[in-house]
Write a protein that binds this ligand. Structure first.
Ligand code: HEC
Length: 152
């Protein structure tokens, strides 16, 4: 059930491309957290297919990749000055070392952009193609979180 819901959410978010976000203007923390939640859902779907817990399909692979790509393109827009305060998992290092954070964002969007290209119009042809495309995107989570996200 959970996976079915996540897939629906991914299709919705990928379709919107985040352009229509209603919270963007007044609640950047909620917006960036919602974007990262979609990344978490896409990682759940993608990781599930990689582990064989979810049956691979090209269209689901493409949905996971498109979600990563949309998130990478929009996430960085929701860190205005002052939004380090409040209910957020973002560390002050984001604002203290803005260039370093931008570099992590650039790695994320480069990997997601490449995965988009590799997956073509119809999605990755098979699971190996999906792993090759998505693997580098997964590689970017940890290095950003390590420095810029609070530990739970
Ligand atoms: C460029 C930096 C960066 C990258 C890359 C990144 N994250 Fe995050 N992530 C963050 C930050 C910062 C937060 C905390 C946001 C906040 O609470 O304001 C976060 C929060 C999250 C959350 C919690 C969202 C919520 O509901 O509060 C999840 C889940 C998550 N990330 C998953 C991932 C996964 C999976 C990847 C890799 C595919 C990834 N992230 C890549 C910076 C990043």
């Amino acid at each position: 059930m959970r996976i079915v819901r996540n897939v629906a959410a991914i299709f919705m978010l990928a379709g919107l491309g985040f352009t229509g976000s209603v919270q963007a203007a007044d609640d950047p923390i909620a917006t960036r957290q919602a974007i990262m939640s979609s990344v978490g859902a896409a990682a759940g779907l993608g990781g599930g297919m990689m582990k064989g817990e979810v049956t691979f399909s090209p269209v689901a692979g493409k949905a996971a990749i498109a979600t990563m790509n949309a998130a990478a393109a929009s996430f960085g827009d929701f860190f205005p000055e002052g939004s380090d305060q409040g209910d957020t998992g973002a560390l002050p290092a984001i604002w203290e070392n803005a260039d370093g954070f931008a570099a992590e964002l650039a790695k994320f969007s480069a990997a997601a952009g490449k995965a988009m290209e590799a997956s073509g119009k119809d999605g990755p042809a098979d699971l190996d193609a999906f792993k090759a495309a998505m693997g580098p995107v997964f590689g970017t989570c940890k290095s950003c979180h390590e420095t810029y996200r609070k530990k739970n």
